[in-house]
Design a protein around this ligand. Structure first.
Ligand code: FE2
Length: 235
């Protein structure tokens, strides 16, 4: 191939990645920009140090640059040359869920989706309140914001081993659920609104074994309620 063709190919690839990254920052529901493989590692919606002092740049560097990236690389290797290679990420997650012979594909695809959803569930500390629409739903579903915090924190603490705590919408109400390992509400009838990664890699560099302190720091300071509101099912 000539240098000119190489340049053109690189430009197209770079432009596609940039477009996907830009789209991700403005996504509503679902949170993940779809696109056929090769699945790319979406850009973070903020700088790696933006969540300090609650989550360090060091943690984000490893969590995003190593763990999240590894799931992307693994999935692309697993589906190379197979029919799934032409499917958007969400379709790969849903199509492989619950199938023992596709456990590796599911685990890596779901972890890509969960992590991108997690990054968007967080934002640098701000004093912005939850939009009225979701604040009202929190009140109607849990009784108070404090009760939501209690239930969400309990789910995050109660997930034995690796997994996720989620705020989801189902049947017109909001609920808190937890999932182990790579499992995700994406494969259920519930609509994910926010998530918290409680795998040890999410907090061990900053909090060691103190998951409770990590959970409290995020719940009190970093949840992105605008993202949750955007994910609400449309009436
Ligand atoms: Fe993680």
């Amino acid at each position: 191939m000539t240098d000119q063709k190489n340049d053109r190919r690189d430009f197209v690839k770079t432009a596609a990645v940039a477009a996907a990254s830009m789209a991700l920052k403005d996504v509503a529901s679902p949170a993940i920009a779809s696109g056929a493989t090769p699945i790319t590692l979406p850009a973070l919606p903020w700088a790696e140090n933006a969540l300090e002092p609650f989550i360090s740049k060091n943690t984000i560097g490893f969590h995003y640059g190593k763990h999240h990236k590894a799931y992307v690389d693994n999935l692309n290797n697993l589906v190379a040359g197979k029919p799934e290679a032409d499917l958007p990420l969400e379709a790969i997650v849903k199509g492989s869920a619950g199938k023992a012979d596709q456990a590796a594909v599911f685990n890596n695809a779901a972890q890509i989706w969960n992590h991108t959803f997690y990054w968007n569930s967080l934002r640098p500390k701000s004093d912005a309140k939850a939009p009225k629409e979701i604040a009202d739903l929190i009140g109607a579903s849990f009784g108070s914001h404090e009760e939501f915090v209690k239930q969400f924190s309990a789910a995050a603490m109660g997930q034995f081993g690796s997994g996720w705590a989620w705020l989801v919408a189902e049947g017109g109400k909001l609920k808190v659920v937890k999932t182990p390992n790579a499992e995700t509400p994406l494969t259920t009838s519930a609509t994910p609104l926010l998530t918290l990664d409680v795998w040890e890699h999410a907090y061990y560099l900053d909090y060691q074994n103190r998951r409770k302190d990590y959970v409290a720091a995020v719940v009190d300071n970093l949840l992105n309620w605008d993202f949750a509101a955007k994910n609400l099912p449309k009436a």
